[in-house]
Design a protein around this ligand. Structure first.
Ligand code: NAD
Length: 281
């Protein structure tokens, strides 16, 4: 059996088309996203430029605030405060990681929850668990949209999440639980990974380890979502899942590249448009 391919690029494209329509209905309000970039990290610069291009394509106003690596925490907090008060800005994103001398928690908590389009503020994380108007972290929420698009209903399914980070693993499990899946978390201290992953109807691999998940780790017909972004020996992008093996056994699978990745930025745009809608209500 060959798995159905969950094409993130295609789903992202159709979501971006829908967002254009939502923007057109905003009665002249232009959604605005502020991205704060500190220092010279090459990967961060690349991500920021991808986010800016994605904004331009949808006619979302994007404001880039660039600070040197030597910027102080208090300078950064002042900028966040200004952006919190700027009515042309509906979403604020501080590109992580931050230089060591800046406290990440203080920075995340300084962003007003109503503009926290990354969904990392404790208020949004709390609301993810208890319900209420919130922003959900982009990567796991993008995965939920992919499942929805393929009419894969998590209700009653056993979902196994490999990874427990605050930005991917933990919120992923919460979102699946919110859709009535039975959720198991695995992580670096899990004693027998395979024993758990083999029970998964839906397997989310988010450990950041190339080929961690082989055909032996999955059951026949599982839905396999690969969040990993690793490099192979030739420097090519690859995930956590051995795609050539697992695509023969799974019922549906995401490729890397072209799977979860394109959904993440789309969900950032989605949250920014949603924020503009909330502010213009
Ligand atoms: P992280 O390093 O913060 O977390 C990794 C998690 O994997 C940890 O919770 C750890 O306990 C777990 N883990 C490590 N080794 C393990 C093992 N042997 N068995 C089981 N669990 C193990 O990483 P993250 O930020 O959550 O990202 C995970 C991966 O997803 C990375 O490759 C990252 O680049 C990628 N990522 C991709 C996107 C995207 O848009 N495609 C977005 C975010 C992250």
């Amino acid at each position: 059996m060959s798995a159905e391919i969950i094409d993130g690029k295609k789903i992202a494209q159709s979501m971006r088309e829908q967002l254009k329509n939502r923007i057109a209905q905003l009665n002249g309000v232009k959604p605005g996203l502020a991205v704060v970039l500190i220092g010279d990290n090459q990967a961060s610069k690349t991500y920021v430029s991808m986010k800016q291009k994605a904004c331009e394509a949808l006619d979302i106003y994007s404001k880039l605030v660039k600070l040197p690596a030597s910027a102080t925490e208090s300078e950064l907090l002042d900028i966040i405060q200004e952006l919190n008060n700027d009515s042309s800005i509906h979403g604020i994103l501080v590109q992580l990681p931050l230089p060591d001398h800046i406290n990440e928690t203080s920075v995340i908590e300084a962003i007003h929850p109503s503009k926290d389009v990354d969904g990392f503020h404790p208020i949004n994380i709390g609301r993810l668990q208890t319900g209420g108007e919130a922003f959900y972290p982009c990567t796991p929420n993008g995965i939920m949209k992919m499942l929805e698009h393929h009419e894969i209903d998590p209700a009653g399914k056993h979902a196994v999440v490999v990874g427990r980070s605050n930005i991917v693993g933990k919120p992923m499990g919460q979102l699946l639980l919110g859709k009535s899946a039975t959720v198991t978390y695995c992580h670096s201290k899990t004693a027998d990974l395979k024993a758990h992953t083999r029970q998964a109807d839906i397997l989310i691999a988010a450990a950041g380890i190339r080929n961690l998940i082989t055909a032996d780790h999955i059951k026949e017909g599982a839905v396999v979502i690969d969040v990993g972004m690793n490099r192979d020996d030739e420097g090519k992008l690859c995930g956590d899942v051995d795609y050539s093996q697992c695509s023969q056994k799974a019922s549906a699978i995401t490729p890397v590249p072209g799977g979860v990745g394109p959904m993440t930025i789309t969900m950032l745009l989605f949250n920014t448009v949603e924020s503009a809608e909330r502010f213009s209500r």
